[in-house]
Design a protein around this ligand. Structure first.
Ligand SMILES: NC(=O)c1ccc[n+]([C@@H]2O[C@H](COP(=O)([O-])OP(=O)(O)OC[C@H]3O[C@@H](n4cnc5c(N)ncnc54)[C@H](O)[C@@H]3O)[C@@H](O)[C@H]2O)c1
Length: 335
């Protein structure tokens, strides 16, 4: 197991990465003062696969040893103001206290929804992120962004709220559907292309092992990715300067593709994969990247089983960009 610190002064915490981190959770999470019970928020798929193990692992963190399991429907539609409202009501009716601990057990959807709920329930209660999808382990669970979607767009309401710890048990990835797993690999590749050449080389050298979810390779790749995200978050916690924008490499086209597909056609990482190839081609055109490096983008992503092309209408893409919350009088490219 590896521990990656997220250095944020009084809000610092550790991300514990590796096979078997979940059963050890009680020993990894710092003491939660006054915690009597643990509430675990999960979606139906994750609760089925990992709910019992998580309940057993987190129970000792409360003085009563009791666990409340709150389960939402799987899927992005649960990330709504209505659902967060219902979740808060359910927490209140089960008498969850402000001094208790809330655990977000699941992919990025659960992490964002439960993180948001923890940040506003009785003005804020302790939160632990226990990500179970690859995307959540390498990205969503680290950094403290929480959100729900509004009718006008994705992630338009939310908070910055750091967890007390992140428990990223790579064993939980075994039950993750293949398409979701590959989608997460696109974000890992993004870190490699944009911020960490050594990570990119590791991905190239271990592609087959990564694809069969080899535990050692997974632990290494997830820990390296978390370290990159942690360093960016530590330097720009609230997304105020241009540092965190590096995380958006490949995302300009990806966000538009996802919006045009009604958030159903593409998984996020699939759209990011196409977006990375597109951004690298643009960078090559502009002379920022040589042809071999641009080609490397395509090769790595293709070897990971990810899509590298998409048919789209440029006018529709442009109107999708204008709706994006990052639009500032023009389209911003990270190249
Ligand atoms: N807060 C952030 O910084 C941040 C960053 C990136 C993405 N996000 C958000 O994350 C969400 C996407 O996350 P995601 O890709 O994890 O999607 P998700 O949470 O919807 O999970 C994808 C699917 O995998 C299932 N699943 C998850 N873990 C599983 C497991 N171990 N075994 C079996 N099934 C499992 C889920 O039930 C779901 O059906 C989006 O809402 C996005 O906006 C947030």
């Amino acid at each position: 197991m590896r521990t990656v610190p997220v250095a944020l002064g009084a809000r610092s915490y550790d991300v514990h990465v590796g096979e078997g981190a979940l059963p050890k959770a009680a020993g990894l999470v710092p003491d939660i003062n006054g915690c009597e019970r643990v509430a675990i928020v999960s979606d139906a798929n994750v609760d089925r696969a990992w709910g019992d193990a998580a309940a057993e692992a987190f129970a000792p963190l409360g003085s009563t040893g009791e666990v409340e399991r709150l389960v939402v429907d799987a899927g992005e539609t649960s990330k709504s103001m209505q659902r967060v409202g219902a979740l808060l009501e359910e927490m209140a009716s089960r008498k969850v206290r402000r001094s208790d601990l809330l655990v977000a057990l699941g992919g990025g959807m659960v992490g964002d929804l439960a993180g948001f709920a923890a940040s506003i329930y009785q003005r804020g209660m302790a939160l632990v992120q226990a990500p179970t999808s690859l995307l959540a382990q390498v990205d969503a669970a680290v950094g403290g962004k929480t959100a729900v979607n509004l009718a006008a767009g994705k992630n338009l309401a939310g908070t910055f709220y750091q967890p007390r710890a992140v428990i990223a048990d790579t064993a939980t990835l075994r039950s993750l559907p293949e398409r979701e797993y590959l989608s997460g690999l696109a974000e890992v590749a993004k870190y490699g292309f944009s911020l960490d050449p050594a990570l990119l080389e590791r991905i190239e050298a271990c592609t087959a092992a990564l694809l069969r979810r080899d535990p050692e390779v997974l632990e290494d790749i997830v820990a390296r990715s978390v370290a990159i995200k942690a360093s960016i978050v530590a330097a720009d916690e609230r997304d105020l300067d241009d540092r965190r924008i590096m995380l958006n490499y490949g995302h300009t086209l990806a966000h538009a593709l996802e919006a045009l597909g009604g958030y159903e056609q593409w998984l996020h990482g699939e759209a990011v994969s196409v977006g990375l190839v597109f951004a690298s081609a643009l960078a090559r055109e502009l002379g920022y990247l040589d042809a071999a490096e641009a080609d490397r983008h395509r090769q790595v992503l293709q070897a990971l089983g990810l899509p590298v092309t998409a048919a789209f209408d440029p006018a529709a893409i442009e109107s999708a960009w204008m709706m994006d919350k990052k639009y500032r009088g023009g389209v911003r490219w990270v190249l």
